[in-house]
Design a protein around this ligand. Structure first.
Ligand SMILES: Cc1cc2nc3c(=O)[nH]c(=O)nc-3n(C[C@H](O)[C@H](O)[C@H](O)COP(=O)(O)OP(=O)(O)OC[C@H]3O[C@@H](n4cnc5c(N)ncnc54)[C@H](O)[C@@H]3O)c2cc1C
Length: 318
């Protein structure tokens, strides 16, 4: 089923969903199942699986020269999605990026998904490669998520890159895109970023999942601005409970989100990361309850493969 169909079928009840990352190369899929199993009691209608683009590492040679090597630390997004759909009989939503993909790579990726019966995708631009400051699209690749959404919608119309083909099977993807309650780091303003989000919707996006946030008022303000600008599709809040003291600096640095003073104080008062986890669970539970009362269609948790804290939150919320 499409994510939009799950939302319609829930008839106003808030659904539970979460996101996982493929394991590091060399590990097997059992760690993924071990993370999913305890969360199945909350009946997630879908699980997202992130996509991780290549990284460059530079290895010093005996002659002192640096050799550039391309490494992919977390491959396996499509395989994990197929395994989830097979094992649990629920929808898996692979993330797909502009970065590192030519349009032809994108088309082939989508053909694989279509053949596997995967009908939902989350379309993202992706970040710059770690060793570079700015995002660079692949030659003959999509530049922005809105371009990627357009390509997917063309395939939904039966248009392939080398059309006309002998037979043009139309795919049937439901496309999600990212939204940023505290604006994307490269956007000059929140209003400008919302205009870009509107372009993704105009290209055919059917729902939005937001970047994590720790202050619900930022989410409510974002949704209100989106609605005023004419965006009517579901906006699904993304939540990530804090689990370590280090995240007080890591999360703002990596995701460009603010942490409320009260949360910072509570975390700073903790003596161990175990205590921080408890604070994170309490905070995220309170956020979840308020978001449910506001009528959000889905609560989407960034589990990072660790389900214990998400289980605690879901137990008191769903
Ligand atoms: C829910 C969610 C899931 C994610 N999953 C992954 C994942 O699996 N793998 C991964 O690598 N990353 C993931 N990310 C991170 C994401 O790839 C980065 O945040 C990336 O920098 C932006 O992606 P986007 O799709 O929002 O880009 P876009 O929507 O293309 O926007 C990128 C920037 O360009 C601007 N912009 C858009 N269109 C135009 C235009 N036409 N002209 C000028 N500027 C424009 C926007 O305002 C924004 O600042 C995820 C993020 C979220 C919120």
């Amino acid at each position: 089923m499409k994510i939009t169909e799950h939302i319609a079928a829930a008839k106003g009840k808030t659904l539970f969903s979460f996101e996982i990352l493929p394991p590091l190369k060399g590990q097997n899929i059992q760690s993924i199942f071990d993370g999913i199993d305890p969360l199945m009691e909350f009946k997630p209608p879908f699980i997202d699986v992130t996509y991780h683009r290549e990284e460059y590492v530079y290895i010093e040679q005996p002659n002192g020269f640096l050799e550039k090597k391309v490494v992919r630390k977390r491959p396996g997004t499509v395989g994990i999605c197929a395994a989830i759909q097979n094992k649990y009989g629920i929808d898996a939503v692979p993330h797909i990026l502009c970065g590192g993909f030519t349009k032809e790579d994108t088309e082939n990726f989508l053909i694989d998904l279509d053949f596997l019966g995967i009908n939902n995708v989350m379309a993202l631009r992706g970040d710059a490669v770690k060793s570079e400051t700015y995002f660079k699209p692949e030659p003959k690749g999509n530049c922005f998520a809105s371009d990627l959404v357009s390509q997917i919608q063309e395939m939904n119309q039966g248009q392939y890159l080398d059309s006309p083909l002998e037979k043009n099977h139309a795919t049937n993807f439901c496309v999600g895109v990212a939204g940023y309650p505290e604006k994307h780091m490269e956007a000059p303003s929140l209003d400008n970023d919302i205009e870009r989000l509107k372009a993704k919707v105009a290209a055919g996006a059917e729902y939005v999942v937001t970047q994590m946030f720790y202050d619900n008022s930022k989410f409510f303000e974002f949704v209100s601005k989106c609605r005023k600008s004419g965006i009517t599709i579901p906006i699904i809040p993304g939540l990530k409970p804090l689990a370590t003291k280090k995240q007080l600096t890591n999360i703002p640095h990596r995701f460009h989100v603010d942490l409320p003073e009260e949360l910072i104080r509570s975390v700073n008062n903790c003596k161990t990361d175990l205590e921080v986890r408890e604070v994170g669970v309490e905070w995220c539970t309170a956020q979840s309850k308020e978001l449910i009362s506001s009528g959000v269609e889905v609560l989407h948790y960034y589990s990072m493969g660790k389900s214990t804290n998400i289980h605690k939150i879901a137990s008191s919320v769903f």
